[in-house]
Design a protein around this ligand. Structure first.
Ligand SMILES: Nc1ncnc2c1ncn2[C@@H]1O[C@H](COP(=O)(O)OP(=O)(O)OP(=O)(O)O)[C@@H](O)[C@H]1O
Ligand SMILES: [Mg+2]
Length: 369
């Protein structure tokens, strides 16, 4: 996957811009508020995703204008392609001259991963951040997983409604039978989530560890562990039926607690992935640089796994990744990240002195100079 050319008009603060990046590392540098993140965001939109800043489509259009136009020439599936986006209150897209029903249909045609400082919550934040990452990453590999997630969430919502109703009603006769149906359903759908996450982490772990080793110059080891709610250890080879019966047991054991709480206290919606560096929890004890490096390693490992399945290496969009990293970690990002196309933004022009190959672009007041 490679961006050959990007042309933007009326996009955020960017003047009509043409970017012709190189095949490896591209550094976009400049002072604050010049448009560096805006440029990465524009590339990201071609993955079919929403803005990684959480902006609405209408906010992407340059102030005072009615429509943005973005055209990207890229290489994917061994051929040169062109995608275009036009943005008003919402986006419309076309690929190789053919209009798409929605911009999200670009997903899978152009692939990227993005790191922005907001993603530090992946290590620093609560378990839901890591579950969301795992589930979204696995969905990219196996789109059918979305259905399993929806089934589990539906069963969970219905069981929670029942628990809430039972808590407020005095007549508890028949409670067991009613709940039993939902316990079974939760275990049946939940086992697929546990199995998927176990499989994903078993691949993500070694890939992230290797990248982290590169970042830290081999001085620290990163380890990922799935923290399951099951009463016994499980492995990625375990059949779904066995995981389902363990999960059913865990849910049954928690029934009194669930009835008292009025919601489901145990299940895949309560699991976590522990990220350890040099044997310590990165969330609790990691330094700023370690946490940043860990998030970067997770994101890049996600891209590595995507390449294994799709055969295409996604482009990496690394926004403001360099700050808080020491020189050797910066050097790894700039010069040893491997043979894929990377876009890095930074404020400090000193970092460029360490750039051995690659290209640099100076962003000033929405212009590349
Ligand atoms: N729709 C828009 N139209 C015009 N300007 C906009 C629009 N949306 C955002 N901007 C402006 O774009 C400017 C540059 O934003 P951007 O986040 O890309 O800066 P940056 O170079 O990444 O800065 P930093 O180094 O601080 O991260 C902001 O000051 C913002 O006011
Ligand atoms: Mg920025």
């Amino acid at each position: 996957m490679r961006v050959n050319r990007l042309q933007l008009a009326n996009y955020r603060n960017l003047s009509p811009i043409v970017l012709e990046p190189g095949p490896r590392v591209n550094v976009i540098w400049g002072e604050n508020a010049q448009g560096k993140t805006n440029l990465l965001e524009a590339i990201w939109l071609f993955t079919g995703g929403k803005s990684f800043r959480g902006s609405r489509d209408s906010e992407l259009v340059a102030f005072g204008e009615t429509e943005s136009s973005l055209i990207m020439d890229f290489n994917a599936q061994d051929r040169d392609q062109q995608a275009s986006l036009s943005i008003r209150s919402h986006r419309s897209a076309s690929l190789n001259g053919i209009p798409l029903n929605s911009a999200s249909q670009l997903a899978g045609r152009f692939c990227g991963i993005v790191f922005s400082p907001a993603h530090l919550t992946l290590v620093k934040g609560g378990p839901e951040e890591r579950r969301r990452f795992l589930d979204a990453a696995y969905c990219q590999l196996r789109p059918g997983y979305l259905k399993s997630l929806a089934e589990y969430n539906r069963a969970l919502a219905q069981r929670n409604t029942l628990l809430k109703n039972l808590r407020s009603c005095r007549d508890t006769s028949g409670t067991g039978e009613l709940l039993d149906v939902w316990d079974q359903r939760l275990a049946q759908s939940g086992c697929r989530l546990i199995q998927a996450r176990l499989r994903y982490i078993s691949k993500l772990g070694p890939a992230a560890a290797e990248i982290y080793r590169g970042l830290s110059g081999g001085r620290e080891e990163l380890v990922l562990d799935y923290q399951s709610v099951l009463p016994e250890p499980v492995g990625e080879e375990m059949p779904a039926s066995q995981i389902a019966s363990l999960l059913y047991r865990a849910i049954r054991d928690a029934r009194d607690a669930d009835l008292a709480a009025g919601f489901t206290t145990i299940g895949p919606h309560r699991e976590d992935m522990k990220v350890s560096i040099a044997g310590l929890s990165a969330r609790m004890f990691g330094s700023q640089g370690q946490q940043r490096s860990a998030v970067l390693a997770l994101k890049m490992a996600e891209a590595t796994l995507l390449r294994e399945v799709t055969g295409e290496q996604p482009v990496a969009l690394l926004d403001d990744v360099m700050s808080e990293l020491d020189q050797s970690r910066q050097d790894y990002i700039l010069n040893h990240i491997g043979d894929w196309q990377v876009f890095v933004t930074c404020c400090d022009p000193d970092a460029l002195r360490r750039l051995a190959g690659g290209r640099e672009f100076h962003m000033k007041q929405g212009r590349l100079i």
